[in-house]
Design a protein around this ligand. Structure first.
Ligand SMILES: Nc1ccn([C@@H]2O[C@H](COP(=O)(O)OP(=O)(O)OP(=O)(O)O)[C@@H](O)[C@H]2O)c(=O)n1
Ligand SMILES: C[C@](O)(CO)[C@H](O)COP(=O)(O)O
Length: 235
C-alpha cells in the first residue's frame, strides 16, 4: 500500500460510561488482563508503526491512566501517545483532539472510540487507504437484524428495508483541514459521530466495510462478548 499522507489517530475516551454501570471507567476495564485502551491504541500502532496517537480522557482520569501506564509499561513502550483533556460530549472530545494537531500539516486523521478495542488491523489499513483515495472513510456494516422505525402518523413501528441500512462504526477518517473546518461549528444534538459533523459542510461520506467484531463496549454483556472474541488471540 503506497500511503503518502501523515497519519494521526484520535482515540476518544472522554466519556463516563454510564450504561456500563461499572465503578471503574469502562475504558480502563481489563480485557485479557490489559486495559481496554491499550488494546485500542495497539491496533492502530500495529496498522502503522509511524502513526501519531492522541488519547482523549476526562481530566479527572489522567492520574488513573498514568498509574495504569506505570503498572503496564508496555502501554508506553508500544503505544507512545499525547494525552488531551476531553469535553462534555463526544463532539467536544473529538474537537479537543483535533485542536491538538498542528494546522500546517497535511494529514489523515482517524477518530476512533476508545471502547472499540476489537477493530481489526486490516479494517484500519483499508479505511486509511480509502480516505487517501476519497477524502474520507467511515467503517460500517450491514444490519443482520430486521429494523423498524417509529411512524408518528401511524403511531406504530413500521419495517424498513434493511438492505438500505448501515450500522456505523469507527474509525472515521478525514483530511485534517476538513476536520478543523467542521469542528468550528456549534454543537448540535444530532452529532452522534464525526461523520455527521463533517456532512454539514456538504461533503459526501464514503462508507467502507467494517468488521462485526468491532463492537462498542457499552453495556456489561459487551465485556463478555469482547473476552470471548479475544480468547484465541491470547492463547
Ligand atoms: N464526552 C464524551 C463522551 C464520550 N466519549 C467517547 O466516545 C466513545 C463512545 O461513547 P459511549 O460508548 O457512549 O461512551 P460513554 O459516553 O462513556 O458511555 P455512556 O453513554 O454509557 O455514558 C467512548 O469511547 C467515549 O469515551 C468521549 O470521548 N467524550
Ligand atoms: C461513533 C459511534 O460509535 C458510531 O457508531 C456512535 O455513534 C457513538 O455513540 P455513543 O452514544 O456516543 O456511544
Amino acid at each position: 500500500m503506497g500511503f503518502v499522507l501523515k497519519k494521526y489517530a484520535i482515540i476518544v475516551a472522554g466519556g463516563t460510561g454510564q450504561r456500563m454501570k461499572s465503578a471503574v471507567p469502562k475504558q480502563f476495564l481489563l480485557l485479557q488482563g490489559k486495559p481496554i485502551l491499550f488494546h485500542t491504541l495497539l491496533q492502530f500502532k500495529k496498522a502503522f508503526a509511524e502513526i501519531e496517537l492522541i488519547l482523549v480522557l476526562p481530566r479527572d482520569q489522567f492520574s488513573t491512566w498514568q498509574l495504569l501506564c506505570q503498572e503496564y509499561p508496555e502501554i508506553i513502550q508500544a503505544c507512545p501517545h499525547h494525552l488531551v483533556e476531553g469535553g462534555a460530549t463526544r463532539f467536544h472530545s473529538s474537537q479537543q483532539g483535533i485542536l491538538a494537531i498542528p494546522v500546517e500539516k497535511q494529514a489523515l486523521v482517524a477518530i476512533h472510540d476508545g471502547v472499540r478495542p476489537l477493530v481489526s488491523v486490516d479494517s484500519i489499513r483499508h479505511a486509511y487507504q480509502s480516505a487517501e483515495e476519497y477524502g474520507n472513510a467511515v467503517l460500517a456494516v450491514s444490519s443482520k437484524d430486521s429494523i423498524r422505525q417509529w411512524d408518528t402518523n401511524e403511531n406504530v413501528y413500521l419495517p424498513l428495508d434493511r438492505t438500505h441500512i448501515k450500522i456505523i462504526q469507527t474509525p472515521q477518517i478525514f483530511e485534517i483541514s476538513i476536520l478543523k473546518r467542521a469542528f468550528q461549528q456549534e454543537y448540535q444534538d444530532f452529532f452522534t459521530d464525526d461523520a455527521s459533523v463533517v456532512e454539514v459542510l456538504g461533503i459526501d461520506i464514503h462508507l467502507v466495510e467494517g468488521n462485526y467484531s468491532n463492537i462498542k463496549i457499552t453495556t456489561p454483556e459487551d465485556m463478555l462478548i469482547a473476552e470471548a472474541l479475544t480468547q484465541n488471540a491470547s492463547t
